[in-house]
Design a protein around this ligand. Structure first.
Ligand SMILES: Nc1ncnc2c1ncn2[C@@H]1O[C@H](COP(=O)(O)OP(=O)(O)OP(=O)(O)O)[C@@H](O)[C@H]1O
Length: 393
């Protein structure tokens, strides 16, 4: 349980009597990203600073790997915890490589080893040590400086990362890129991460679970799909926004059970057998694969009927080779359908990109969204619209 953080009834009151954090209890599991999200001044940063003992709780305790951190040496504690903040805090007169090697230096690593580690980390965050390593911080873009901040926090390989609005100071495009890079990085390094943001989009994108803060309290602590799909209180519903259904599209992955299985025919099949195949299923169209079982496109029942039984599927098939891997977000499926003006999108095995698994249609997409919040289990009503798959000609 390397890096498990547990808050047990933690309260923080300031000298003036105001309460920043009130009776907070939650846990961050090993290798998990928990995002703390809420409006300005609700106590997110204070929560985070208590983990590396920049602030001390007034009441309650915080456990790291089962040990009460109040009884640990703060300096030793901070070695186990990487810290990334918005004002990256790089030393302006040190090169990027030396900045990245700060903690290994402090830990007394030999210079060569510290620099080698720093170079490795710069590479990991997408900077070329040969190009950027000898530059000074003001010779980097804002996004590049944030990457150095992340690299520096990871230098001593701490099991825990605290990140306080680390991507807050860059423009939306760079921000999205940094978020993607961070997720890719996390899939490699698997840190236990507490991540503060006031941006709900960022919170749902990055968090395995999200803590939505009201004033000093957690209003809801749950997976992004649950927070968006079933907000626990009117406050949370208001905070996540009226477009939470749309936001949910980006955090719900396509699962095998979501897929529809239209008839499948091959390019070299005679049209007569394709017609039989469609008639058997009462289907209006079929997916067409080539002889190596790769996606080619589709063929419509009436196009086959027009051919009068002669020829092969190849003569009547239409190209539609856009596809998505299993596990891609529903939003991508929806957006691809729109982009191709199509009523369906093929889903292929992510591991073996040529293996056809099934299709998503607007109707199955809707079902997938309902599945993601267990809507059937909670018995919530559905608006029963019959969304027929549209085959464009
Ligand atoms: N050292 C301090 N002394 C007194 N009050 C403080 C101190 N630090 C923070 N506060 C107050 O505690 C409350 C919580 O602050 P905190 O920084 O945790 O909020 P936050 O949710 O991180 O906000 P933001 O998103 O604006 O950073 C605020 O009302 C703040 O003014």
């Amino acid at each position: 349980m390397d890096g498990v953080i547990r808050f047990e009834h933690v309260t923080k009151r300031w000298a003036d009597g105001t309460t920043a954090v009130d009776d907070l209890s939650f846990e961050v599991a090993e290798g998990e990203i928990v995002t703390l999200v809420g409006p300005s001044g609700c106590g997110k940063t204070t929560t985070m600073k208590m983990v590396n003992r920049l602030e001390e709780p007034t009441d309650g305790r915080i456990m790291l790997d089962g040990e009460d951190i109040a009884h640990t040496d703060p300096v030793a504690l901070r070695r186990r915890i990487g810290y990334v903040i918005q004002q990256v805090g790089l030393f302006p007169h040190r090169t990027v490589l030396d900045n990245t090697a700060t903690v290994p230096h402090l830990l007394g690593w030999p210079r060569k080893k510290a620099r080698a580690r720093a170079a490795e980390l710069l590479e990991l965050v997408g900077l070329d040590p040969a190009v950027h390593g000898e530059r000074y911080p003001d010779q980097l873009s804002g996004g590049q400086r944030q990457r150095v901040g992340v690299a520096r926090a990871l230098a001593a390989d701490p099991p825990v990362l605290l990140m306080d609005e680390p991507f807050g100071a860059v423009d939306p495009v760079v921000r999205e890129r940094l978020q993607n890079e961070f997720l890719r990085l996390q899939s490699q390094v698997r840190k236990t991460v507490l991540f503060v943001t006031h941006d709900i989009e960022e919170a749902v994108r990055l968090g395995d679970r999200i803590a939505v803060y009201g004033q000093g309290r957690i209003e809801q602590f749950d997976a992004p799909t649950a927070v968006l799909g079933a907000p626990a209180t009117p406050y949370v519903a208001d905070f996540v926004g009226a477009d939470r259904g749309l936001k949910r599209l980006s955090v719900t992955p396509i699962e095998r059970g979501d897929l529809e299985l239209p008839p499948v025919v091959h390019l070299d099949d005679p049209l007569s057998s394709a017609a039989e195949r469609l008639a058997r299923d009462g289907a209006h169209w079929a997916v067409v694969l080539d002889d190596a079982d790769r996606l080619h496109g589709w063929v419509a029942a009436d196009a086959i009927a027009h051919a009068g039984g002669a020829g092969t599927v190849r003569d009547r098939a239409r190209r539609m080779d856009a596809w998505l891997p299993l596990g891609a977000p529903l939003k991508q499926a929806f957006s691809t359908m729109l982009q191709h003006d199509a009523g369906w999108i093929a889903v292929l095995d992510g591991e073996r990109a040529d293996h056809f698994l099934g299709v998503l249609t607007p109707a199955s997409l809707h079902e997938a969204l309902r599945r993601s919040i267990g809507a059937d289990a909670t018995g919530s009503e559905r608006a029963d619209v019959d969304l027929r798959t549209v085959s464009k000609r």
